[in-house]
Write a new protein. Structure first.
Length: 336
């Protein structure tokens, strides 16, 4: 097999930010034959990550990373990105013909505007996956989707870089980046919240190992929902078509019982978010099931009528938990 580094079009890569994403993508690009010429790392965790995933790569400051690189990979937190790009522009660090790619899901290429007058090639490459910052992520990159945003003439460059590391490029328009990122965060982050809520309620119900009990149920539910969203041609009713449980059956009595049990649980533990979120998601499930033709108008009406926003004694609706309300009160007293 030929040496990847001898392929045409190899680029000297500089990684700004040896966080969980930057170090892993730098490793993947190097495996594709692009030499990593420099990396920036400040915290001890980043230094260890750079040593593990990018052994032998010089650790230098950010302007020096940019100076040495043909492809600059900006893997920094969303809020830090605009100031970083502008700061490097103020220093005159950007170079003509240099490819500048960031990994933020929130931004497209507009955030790289301060670098454009220098003649850089702007790319936004966001991996739609979570990272551990270890070699385990390298296998997960294969087949993962990357949102690629770039001006039309240079879009193929971004797509090619993604393909080279074994991932799948998906073009996302500049104007759609906010919605795209919100959708991913809503799905992934709030899925974690739901697991935490369910596990807390199970523990209160006397289940010693909530994670073990939830695993087969949630894995099956997630797998079924994702399979229903495979391709546009096969989508049909989409993920909602895999819905099971009392809302899908139009079992309003069970929904009412659930609320009573969760309300009592919230009153005892302070986890008011569990009951309020249950109500919100049950409403959404009923509305989507009705729109998809999975339940009748009468069944949907009965379910929706069974959902009541009854305040939990001693707690404010909308608060994350009773503990949070008490903590806020304590902080206010300390401030006074």
């Amino acid at each position: 097999m030929s040496d990847p580094s001898r392929r045409p079009g190899r680029l000297g890569v500089g990684v700004v930010g040896a966080g969980r994403v930057g170090a892993v993508l730098g490793n993947a690009l190097r495996a594709a034959g692009h030499p990593v010429v420099a990396v920036s790392a400040i915290s001890q965790a980043s230094l260890e990550r750079a040593e593990s995933l990018l052994p032998g790569v010089p650790v230098v400051d950010v302007p020096e990373v940019v100076r040495r690189s043909e492809l600059v990979l900006l893997a920094v937190p969303d809020d830090a990105l605009p100031e970083l790009v502008q700061g490097l522009a103020d220093l005159g660090a950007w170079q003509p013909g240099q490819i500048v790619a960031h990994t933020s899901g929130r931004f497209g290429t507009d955030v790289l505007a301060p670098a454009r007058p220098a003649g850089v090639i702007p790319l936004a490459l966001h991996p739609a996956m979570t990272f551990t910052g270890t070699s385990l992520d390298l296998a997960r990159l294969v087949g993962a989707s990357f949102a690629v945003t770039a001006p039309a003439p240079v879009l193929p460059i971004g797509q090619a870089l993604v393909v080279e590391i074994g991932a799948e490029p998906v073009v996302v328009a500049e104007a759609d980046r906010g919605l795209y990122h919100a959708a991913l965060a809503h799905g992934a982050n709030h899925l974690v919240v739901l697991v935490a809520q369910a596990a807390q309620a199970l523990a209160a119900a006397g289940v010693d190992d909530p994670g073990r009990m939830l695993t087969p149920l949630l894995e099956a539910a997630l797998d079924g929902a994702l399979r229903a969203e495979t391709t546009a041609a096969e989508r049909g009713t989409g993920a909602i078509g895999s819905l099971t449980g009392p809302v899908r059956r139009g079992d309003a009595g069970t929904v009412r019982e659930h609320q009573a049990a969760l309300t009592a649980f919230a009153a005892a533990t302070g986890a008011i978010d569990v009951v309020t979120d249950y109500r919100a998601l049950a409403r959404s499930a009923a509305g989507r099931a009705l729109a998809a033709g999975l339940i009748s108008d009468a069944a949907a009406t009965q379910v929706l009528d069974a959902i009541h926003d009854t305040p939990v004694a001693g707690m404010e609706l909308g608060a994350g938990s009773l503990q949070e309300v008490e903590q806020q009160e304590d902080e206010q007293e300390d401030d006074a």
